[in-house]
Design a protein around this ligand. Structure first.
Ligand SMILES: NC(=O)c1ccc[n+]([C@@H]2O[C@H](COP(=O)([O-])OP(=O)(O)OC[C@H]3O[C@@H](n4cnc5c(N)ncnc54)[C@H](O)[C@@H]3O)[C@@H](O)[C@H]2O)c1
Length: 365
């Protein structure tokens, strides 16, 4: 098997799909595997071409050459239009896809007849999402860092310190969705001294979070009435909801937005699933915020790309066991035998094999 690790092409995306020690590990399990790494692919994460060469990989000069040589492509983000033409039926792509946020991508992968295994829907028996979790941990923590920054006057915010100071009320942070992103965001915000209100729909999760959180995080059932009530004096809202594989539900509509004070900040972490605020649209690390009704919107779909030295390690340590299965058992066997890996299989040979992606496709054609 030939494995290719391309350089990411998405704006300000500095993560890489495999690190040199991962290559060494796979070669220790199966020495017939050949690795091709695109020149400069690891630089943003702190890994030089030489470190890949020393691990046993061949460096290639272009993505086109890499896709020609490799049959298994290990990436980070979904392929962009500049890469579509390189993808053929011989390829298996193991990467984040987030199909439900792009018909263009879904159609391109159907047309390519490639095998697409999506990191974000690989699921363990207990229902957890092992390849989404580490990046959600990063995005959750980062959402508060970014939110705090954009609340500053110089960045367009109302000019409020998240944690306040002695005698002065701290900022109020609303977090919608109490999964991995929401939990990490709540811990960060509470650690900085903010007043945190977390809204969650799953009653078991509400009880669990209520048990583990400190007193400055209030956990409430999520419904429109309750969220509307709290918007009036909220400074920062983090959107962290997920229905796996589906488009994110809209939890704040245009009307509700008017309740927020000017200079308040929305961070829509769920933007990679279409966004959970009606007024959200994807932005980039280069130009991350825009304003609607005086409210700043931060909607970067690849937030962990901002901190690649943390994110690449968090991601690749978790993808490696699955790459080992694909390499040692072959793609088709691994997908047959391994239920976790199989749950990531979204499109193969021109057919959609994931129910949520199929629903999204049917609703948009
Ligand atoms: N922008 C980025 O860079 C980035 C990075 C990582 C994850 N994400 C996205 O962040 C989102 C959250 O990911 P996660 O790992 O925390 O998911 P998760 O499954 O751990 O948590 C989602 C939570 O949202 C809750 N929920 C669903 N609908 C809700 C609603 N209407 N109101 C309130 N709560 C609701 C669920 O019960 C669940 O507890 C996903 O869309 C994911 O794709 C984005």
């Amino acid at each position: 098997m030939n494995i290719g690790i391309p350089k990411e092409v998405k704006s300000y995306e500095y993560r890489v799909g495999m690190i040199p020690s991962g290559i060494e590990y796979i070669l220790s399990k199966k020495k017939e595997v050949r690795f091709f790494v695109e020149r400069g692919a690891g630089l943003g994460s702190g890994f030089s071409d030489d470190s890949y060469r020393n691990a046993g990989a061949t460096i290639v000069d272009s993505a086109e050459q890499l896709f020609k040589e490799a049959d298994l492509i290990v990436k980070v983000k979904e392929p962009l239009s500049s890469e579509y033409g390189f993808i053929t039926p011989k390829h298996t792509l193991f990467t984040y896809f987030h199909f439900s946020s792009s018909m263009e991508l879904t159609q391109a992968m159907i047309n390519s007849k490639a095998t697409c295994i999506a990191y974000e829907t690989v699921k363990k028996i207990d229902g957890s999402l092992p390849l989404l979790t580490p990046m959600s941990e990063v995005a959750g923590r980062l959402s508060i860092q970014q939110g705090a920054k954009y609340l500053e006057k110089a960045f367009g915010g109302k000019g409020k310190l998240l944690g306040g100071i002695p005698g002065i009320l701290p900022a109020k942070v609303m977090i919608i969705g109490g999964g991995v992103v929401g939990t990490q965001a709540a811990k960060m915000a509470a650690g900085l001294g903010a007043r945190v209100y977390l809204f969650e729909i799953n009653p078991q999760r509400v009880r669990y979070l209520n048990d583990i959180f400190p007193p400055n995080i209030v956990v409430l059932y999520a419904n429109q009435a309750e969220i509307t009530k709290h918007l009036k004096d909220t400074d920062l809202v983090i959107g962290a909801v997920l229905i796996p594989g589906a488009k994110a539900p809209k939890v704040i509509n245009r009307e509700m937005l008017k309740l927020l004070e000017k200079g308040s900040v929305l961070v829509d972490v769920a933007i990679d699933q279409g966004g959970c605020f009606e007024t959200s649209r994807p932005t980039t690390h280069l130009d991350p915020v825009y304003e609607v009704d005086g409210v700043l919107h931060y909607c970067v779909p690849n937030m962990p790309g901002a901190v690649p030295q943390t994110s690449t390690l968090g991601l690749t340590y978790n993808t490696l066991p699955y790459i080992e299965k694909i390499v040692t058992q072959g793609v088709d066997n691994a997908l047959l035998i391994d239920k976790e890996l199989n749950s990531g299989l979204s499109i193969q040979n021109g057919s959609i094999l994931d129910a949520q992606v199929a629903l999204f496709y049917r609703n948009n054609t």
